[in-house]
Design a protein around this ligand. Sequence first.
Ligand SMILES: Cc1ncc(COP(=O)(O)O)c(C=O)c1O
Length: 452
Amino acid sequence: MTPVRPNRPPHSKRPILDMNAYDARDAVPDDQKNDLLVRRQRNFGSASVLFYRDPIEMVSASGCWMTAADGTSYLDFYNNVPSVGHCHPRVVAAMADQAKMLNINSRYLHQTTEEYLDRLKATLPDHLENIVLTCSGSEANDLALRIAQRATGARGIIVTESAYHGNTATVTEISPAALKRGDLPDHVVAVPAPGSLAYGDDIAAGFADAVHEAAKVLIERGHGVGALIVDSIFSSDGVFSNPRGFLRLAVAVVHRSGGVFIADEVQPGFGRTGDAFWGFQRHDVVPDIVSMGKPMGNGFPMAGIAVRPDMLAAFCEDVGYFNTFAASPVASATGLAVLDVLADENLQTNAGVCGAYLRDGLQHLADHDGRISDIRGAGLFLGVDLTPDGSPEHTNGQLVADVINAMRRHRVLIGAAGKSGQTLKIRPPLCLSRSEVDFFIEALGKSLRACG
Ligand SMILES: Cc1ncc(COP(=O)(O)O)c(C=O)c1O
């Protein structure tokens, strides 16, 4: 039986916001930037989180490229928010045109809003008939948890051990990757992410056993099982995507325990995995609630949940839900333009095709560099483990951090994931081209050699 880690967040490990983060104790040479950095640190205070040992000032972006103040252009392999491409002209035009015409809250009827929601629902299972829009993934997950707990009458939540689901009070409690110290609360139990290191060859059975054990713990503690919530590509856990279908058994376990299943699609949703529009569809499971965000507005702050009407109705008996900025005409027009661009530019297909090409390139590097110990993922969401001695057990966050900073010198932006930041997280915009993949692979090869 797979051991369920009790309530300890993985503190021998690295919180997600500390990965590739600027450390204020590091010196920054450039005077002008130094001034900006000083002001930034003064304004943001302890909540300032910046990328890179030497932070970059950005001024513009287009497609898969971002341009810094010093004129350097960087290939963006980090951002899944501008998913259809940075500053996509059609999305920007839709946003601006609507902003010129009308931008109000959702307490008036508006054609574009209903058109958008109908289009969005067409991508989702039929039983998820209601959509509630929010402005952030955190708000969406917060609402999803409250609805789940109301529907089940149970407070207990099962998560994975390096999960990140957002920043509200409720959602931080179920995000082990956000916690720098302290234990998870009593009603939250974390299970290892569904990889072969934790569960061996039968990931589906191992993960389901772990969820079963977690459910027992929650019942013993008197909380009952409210929900299993997972990011269906397990992004902050280090990207665990295969084999397709491995979530099915775990979802069945949670349903049998009286809980609901929340698919957090903030990361894999909107076509990124190439083989499905939503990450949960790769596992052939039927969520009770789907939460979504980041790529939904291509940078405009949009998020939301799709939910069973009976669950939403029960929740709304107790408390009303209104979100001032969500579901506005501008949000709706922007979201609609994102769906149009995804379809018209075949971006989901491109994610599959370019993702396969990228994977081949990575495999070629791995054939010549034993430090690449694993390549996982689907479409344009990939995770690459780096390990100094080639042994999958000895992955190394320091090597990943060094490679990320070397990649920046080769004009590629990339991030880290996993318990100790041992995984390169690869997540470029979906409009990526083959020549951009070639650029990336060459930069990664050079960076690995430089970190030898
Ligand atoms: C899986 C997942 N869920 C939810 C969130 C929270 O979204 P937001 O930052 O829009 O509040 C994030 C953010 O990184 C995420 O990765």
